[in-house]
Design a protein around this ligand. Sequence first.
Ligand code: PDD
Length: 296
Amino acid sequence: MAPTLPDTPCYLNGEYLPVSEAKVSALDRGFIFGDGIYDVAPVYGGRLFRFDEHMARLDRGLAKIRIPNPHTREQWLERCRRLVATLMAQKGTPDQVVYIQVTRGPAPRDHVMPESIVPTVFMMTNPMKPPTAEQRHHGVACVTARDFRWERGDIKSTSLLGNVLARQVSADHGALETIMFRDGFLTEASGSNVWVVHEGALLGPPKSEHVLEGIRVDLLRELCEDCGIAYNLRPIPEADVRSADEVLITSATKEVLPVTKIDGEAVGHGALRGKPGPVYGRLYEAYQRAKQTMSI
Ligand code: PDD
């Protein structure tokens, strides 16, 4: 049976309307080429979490693919808030996920970037589906794959076929994420950043063109500082992931989650083998506190 489509509030090129009524040109370069940038920002208690960081990344992404940012920060904020308020009034859901997409716009099909083209701006908001208590208390299973995506994982592009194929590898195994390695080193997962804990320190891969600069990458540095946890970004060989004391994944919608099984093998050592560890526990608590102080 075909999936039921949500009918949440959206914004399209200056108009607010239910998403079921939103229509774009079949010649939109977002549709034809996946030629666009997107972002996903969480909302807690009706307020946008780390909004300025999400806006800065959107701005950098648009610059990387040479689309002028069509709105100022204030305009983005105003539009996001209006969508959030509309959904809150309709469904009473204070925790939401705002999706923003800017494509290069409609044009005759030609790979070359056309001049004087007007970008398409699409935004919507949906109720947040936070991780379940089961996922938080018992952790989640992941599988691994070679990172077969393109070499610009830093660009939050709407061309997500590589990520879709990667995610399906885990879905086919009943797992939540696919952790990927490029040339034997950890990059990220299909829709999350990946972290390992060794000797009490939180380690993530270095910022590079192969990894999305997740908003939680800098957030976790701040939370580690607050909690007195050592934090280091450095190349992580595949063996260090498999032998880690803890493995975590982060994203706008997953927040921070413990990975307790990789390719069917329990993560960790001793009594904590296959169980969420103490670094996860402290970062989870710190994340919940941050929601209160870092939302506008
Ligand atoms: N995905 N890496 C990839 C490939 C991602 O798609 C995401 C997020 C992340 C985490 O970034 P952040 O902390 O900014 O959410 C890392 C979003 C949520 C998505 O595509 O829905």
